[in-house]
Design a protein around this ligand. Structure first.
Ligand SMILES: *[C@@H]1O[C@H](CO)[C@@H](O)[C@H](O)[C@H]1NC(C)=O
Ligand SMILES: *[C@@H]1O[C@H](CO)[C@@H](O)[C@H](O)[C@H]1NC(C)=O
Ligand SMILES: *[C@@H]1O[C@H](CO)[C@@H](O)[C@H](O)[C@H]1NC(C)=O
Ligand SMILES: *[C@@H]1O[C@H](CO)[C@@H](O)[C@H](O)[C@H]1NC(C)=O
Ligand SMILES: *[C@@H]1O[C@H](CO)[C@@H](O)[C@H](O)[C@H]1NC(C)=O
Ligand SMILES: *[C@@H]1O[C@H](CO)[C@@H](O)[C@H](O)[C@H]1NC(C)=O
Ligand SMILES: *[C@@H]1O[C@H](CO)[C@@H](O)[C@H](O)[C@H]1NC(C)=O
Ligand SMILES: *[C@@H]1O[C@H](CO)[C@@H](O)[C@H](O)[C@H]1NC(C)=O
Ligand SMILES: *[C@@H]1O[C@H](CO)[C@@H](O)[C@H](O)[C@H]1NC(C)=O
Ligand SMILES: *[C@@H]1O[C@H](CO)[C@@H](O)[C@H](O)[C@H]1NC(C)=O
Length: 626
């Protein structure tokens, strides 16, 4: 996506919030002419009497409300050619989507008036004839999707003048002739399959998989077996390590080699897993014993009602501390407040046990806090199942989530292969987590603070919505100084002492999580040159300097028609991480803002989930290997 367009969208969002009474009269008339002359089977709410900006569906105006910059009319049932001298009058247009209609005729040559056109979606229509010879009249084109039409003739070489071009989809047409040798380093995605192209794949496009040229008269055996991948120069300090660009035959070769070593790797992995489990086991029960709490002792003490695991109402687990101590345990990680273990009980129930360190309050305060946390039952909050308090041990028991946290989904496990996270899932994570935090903030007379929001404390519930964990511990533990580096990236600037965390600092941390979802980058990380990058500062600097598309995770480039949602989510994230705590929105407002983002384009996506479900939370994902 092109930088300046993002700026326009941002301005637009601002405009939507502070409605301005201006109407682009000429653009409005052009749109009215367009729908008047082009038959369509679904009605549009375009009334001459109502303002075009902020009211007509599918139309977006510039920040000052003087021009129309985006027209999206997918699946309206248009049939016939685009009427001349209508859309071409929208000279400030940046986004045009007429996909999934029955528009016929040729590519309108008069679109050359639309100098700022950046996103063009015309796929799934009945357009025919050849494309304009000179595409350099649209220097800002970024995404071009002309697939599934009946275009013929040759592919214009002038595409190679479009330096911003990131996606070019010409699949399922009748293009003929040879594939031009584009030199477009920013091109991320291309598909020319199912045409009538001939010749060989040009050098510059050999970095794409064969499938993008399938269904043509292009022989793949002509590929040299070791086509060198084209290295993309990147403007950012970030290596494009997760660029999911295919390497053609090279990848194939890799797969074969990988298959050969797979057995070996699996073997090594098994050994590693076994060892680490053993180690975790030793550590868990071993440490308990060192602390003067041998299982026997505990068992005898657990006769005393005060020294039992305290389960919360409705919890269907049947085990006690004794079972927990006998369980095989492995270390999941070192969290802000102590170690987390995965414990597999004898009946194969798997739970997460947290051993808190540095608990600074007495038993009564601890129990009180646990009762508040344990009473929160919501599909977007990870339920606390049980807790244990003794002089030497403070334990908390949670369900185990087999897919891991959002942090591991986004940033990958060390050495492991990461599954790409699509935009829908990221939106669901954001909406779910926001609802969970809003609910937490309503607890305790609206004063409850989560205090430790970060992507490693967010999981996916059974409906794949975000679900927050690890709440309410800041107030019962000692201050953690010096700050743990990993948590530092989430910490609001005003929070020097973790115990002083407040709701606005939760909002800040949530904003950082949103930025992680948008950029795919960790809140604090080092570059190759050991430079420490602070995500919030980095996004600010990119946004301030040039608004490049580099803000967004390259992995998201492959999903169509999401750029507006991404930009609006970026806007929400930025409002959460503003420096002054009192200028940050309340969590309930954040929830509303995110829900609004999804309602913008309900056609593409399922409507946001119904609220009624929150009263009866469905079971969380628990791994039970029975
Ligand atoms: C389109 O590109 C031109 C030249 O690169 C630039 O001046 C202009 O601002 C761009 N338009 C938009 C909407 O970004
Ligand atoms: C558009 O404006 C009309 C009246 O001008 C109003 O009735 C309608 O609710 C508005 N629609 C939207 C989506 O704002
Ligand atoms: C194209 O976009 C640029 C930058 O947003 C703007 O300055 C220019 O006026 C636009 N051109 C037209 C014809 O609207
Ligand atoms: C596409 O256009 C051709 C004429 O150009 C027409 O014969 C055909 O029925 C159209 N197909 C559809 C699906 O509208
Ligand atoms: C493209 O299709 C049109 C009919 O839609 C035909 O007249 C023209 O000759 C075709 N051009 C090529 C290059 O095949
Ligand atoms: C690219 O643009 C330059 C200058 O605008 C022009 O001279 C050249 O012919 C264009 N190339 C193509 C392939 O259109
Ligand atoms: C091309 O058409 C085929 C069959 O209709 C479809 O399976 C495929 O997804 C289409 N390709 C693209 C890129 O749209
Ligand atoms: C593909 O091109 C060949 C000539 O290059 C032509 O004979 C054939 O009819 C074309 N097929 C289609 C489906 O356009
Ligand atoms: C290109 O489109 C074809 C179908 O038309 C599909 O099979 C192939 O996977 C697509 N390739 C990529 C990389 O999207
Ligand atoms: C282009 O259109 C095809 C067919 O609808 C779709 O599969 C593909 O995802 C689209 N690509 C982009 C980048 O919009």
């Amino acid at each position: 996506m092109e930088a300046k367009h993002i700026l326009c969208f941002i301005l637009l969002v601002g405009f939507v919030l502070f409605q301005v009474n201006a109407d682009p009269v000429e653009d409005k008339q052009a749109l009215l002419d367009f729908v008047h002359y082009l038959p369509h089977s679904r009605s549009l709410n375009w009334k001459e009497s109502s303002p075009v900006c902020n009211n007509w569906s599918g139309v977006i105006c510039s920040g000052d409300g003087t021009r129309v910059i985006s027209v999206r009319l997918p699946g309206v049932g248009f049939h016939g050619p685009i009427p001349p001298n209508t859309l071409s009058r929208l000279s400030a247009l940046q986004v045009l989507s007429l996909r999934s209609n029955g528009i016929s005729g040729e590519f309108p040559f008069e679109f050359s008036n639309l100098k700022n056109l950046s996103f063009l979606y015309l796929q799934y229509n009945n357009l025919s004839g050849s494309l304009p010879f000179d595409f350099s009249v649209w220097p800002n084109l970024t995404i071009v999707n002309l697939s599934n039409n009946r275009f013929n003739g040759s592919i214009p070489y002038s595409f190679s003048n479009l330096s911003h071009l990131a996606v070019l989809n010409l699949a399922n047409n009748s293009f003929s002739g040879e594939v031009p040798d584009f030199n477009l380093p920013n091109l991320q995605q291309i598909n020319m399959s199912n045409n009538n192209l001939t010749g060989s794949v040009p050098r510059s496009l050999r970095r794409f998989p064969n499938s993008v040229f399938s269904g043509n008269n292009i022989p793949f055996e002509a590929f040299p077996p070791h086509a060198p991948p084209v290295v993309t120069p990147s403007a950012t300090p970030y290596p494009r390590s997760r660029n999911s660009r295919g390497l053609g035959e090279k990848a194939l070769l890799g797969i074969i080699v990988a298959a050969c070593v797979l057995g070996l790797v699996a073997f090594v992995y098994l050994i590693v897993v076994c060892c680490s489990r053993k180690k975790g086991e030793d550590e868990f029960s071993g440490k308990l014993q060192k602390g003067g709490m041998s299982p026997e002792k505990v068992v005898s003490r657990s006769q005393d009602a005060n020294n039992r695991l305290t389960f919360f109402e409705g919890c269907n687990y049947a085990f006690d501390l004794e079972d927990l101590l006998r369980a095989s345990a492995e270390i999941l990680g070192k969290g802000t407040f102590g170690m987390a273990y995965k414990a597999i009980l004898e009946d194969a129930t798997t739970v997460v046990v947290k051993r808190l360190k540095e608990v600074s309050v007495g038993k009564r305060d601890f129990e009180q806090q646990m009762e508040v946390v344990g009473s929160i039952r919501h599909e977007n909050v990870v339920e606390l199942k049980a807790y244990y308090y003794s002089k030497d041990e403070k334990l908390m028991v949670y369900d185990y989530f087999s897919q891991g946290s959002v942090a591991s989904m986004l940033h990958g496990k060390r050495g492991g292969e990461r599954i790409p996270l699509d935009w829908d899932t990221r939106m669901r994570i954001a909406i779910g987590a926001a609802r969970g935090i809003a609910l937490i903030h309503a607890e305790n007379g609206g004063k409850f603070v989560h205090g430790n929001i970060k992507s490693s404390n967010i999981f996916l519930n059974s409906r794949c919505y975000g679900c927050v964990s690890d709440l309410g511990l800041v107030t019962i533990t000692s201050s953690l100084a010096p700050p743990i580096a990993r948590a530092a990236g989430y910490r609001a600037p005003e929070v020097a002492d973790t115990r002083k965390a407040a709701q606005p600092s939760d909002i800040y941390s949530f904003g950082v999580v949103l930025l992680e979802l948008l950029t795919g980058k960790s809140p604090i990380h080092t570059t190759g040159s050991d430079e420490i990058i602070h995500l919030v500062r980095w996004v600010h600097s990119v946004v301030r300097e040039e608004w490049t598309a580099e803000v967004f995770d390259v992995e998201l480039m492959r999903y169509p028609n999401i750029e507006e949602e991404m930009v609006e989510m970026l806007q929400i994230a930025m409002s959460c991480v503003v420096r002054m705590p009192d200028q940050r929105p309340k969590m309930t407002e954040v929830v509303k803002m995110i829900e609004n983002v999804r309602q913008i384009d309900t056609e593409n996506h399922q409507p946001s989930e119904s609220r009624s479900e929150s009263s009866t939370p469905p079971p969380l994902v628990v791994e039970r290997e029975s």
